[in-house]
Design a protein around this ligand. Sequence first.
Ligand SMILES: [Zn+2]
Length: 284
Amino acid sequence: MNTAVLNLLACPVCHTTLVLRKQKRIGVRIISGNLYCDTCGKTFPIKNGIVCFTASHEKLERKKLKQLRQTTILQELTNRWQHLYSPRELRALKKEWNWMLTTICKEKNTIHLDFATGTGRFLRFISSYTNGELVALEHDYATCTELLYFLKKIKKYDHISIVCADACAMPFVNNAFNSVSSWHGLDEPFIQGAIQESQRVLKKHSYFIGSGIHYQKKSKSFILAKKTSILFTTKESILRFLKTAKFYSVVHKIFFVGQWNEKEDYLPIYGDFYSVYGIKAKKK
Ligand SMILES: [Zn+2]
């Protein structure tokens, strides 16, 4: 974690700023230490430069780490993941990403938050664009360690800090970021909480930008998700979440309509029509 991020961190429970203890630094980077909340009495460790607010750092599965590394080597470092997309899908994705970039702050003295970062496919794209600081929020520690490996390999780690936390309980003070993004983080459960939190941690008059998928109404995926109470977003629900979180100037845009082609996925169901949407909104 870069020291520039330290002042933005807060307890995810009570939002009190945290006290850093037993730290080890290399240059502007804090490699290890403990962050202590005076109000709750809770301690959050920094491990390998990753700030940990979830318990996922306590036990790492060897098998999972191996799988993640395989994907990094075979797909991400080589950009071979692009072969998983049809030419039409890839064109739509590039349009979607470029549209998302237009709201991300790129000036040197700015700080941007990306949540549900995963192993960094979209973050890599942002990092080539912005000169500001970046914070990547991801809830799983194994994925965070892989993200760290990936960013070091592509030489993009210098201006990025990795925070392992829940997007519905962001460990940041209010009004911290110049922009907030999430590429398909809106497909995750409990997205309403993440939208509320994005609003809280954004500076005034700043943008939230995200994307996700909608199932076609009355499709098999739509019916199955409803039947099994799996949370998913419709255009109406995402607009409602943003309104509840007091966002304004909302723009909803469809980038792609097609059939799902992953046979192994539980949802969406193979062959079902779906659409990829982007959404941007401003904090008052
Ligand atoms: Zn606290």
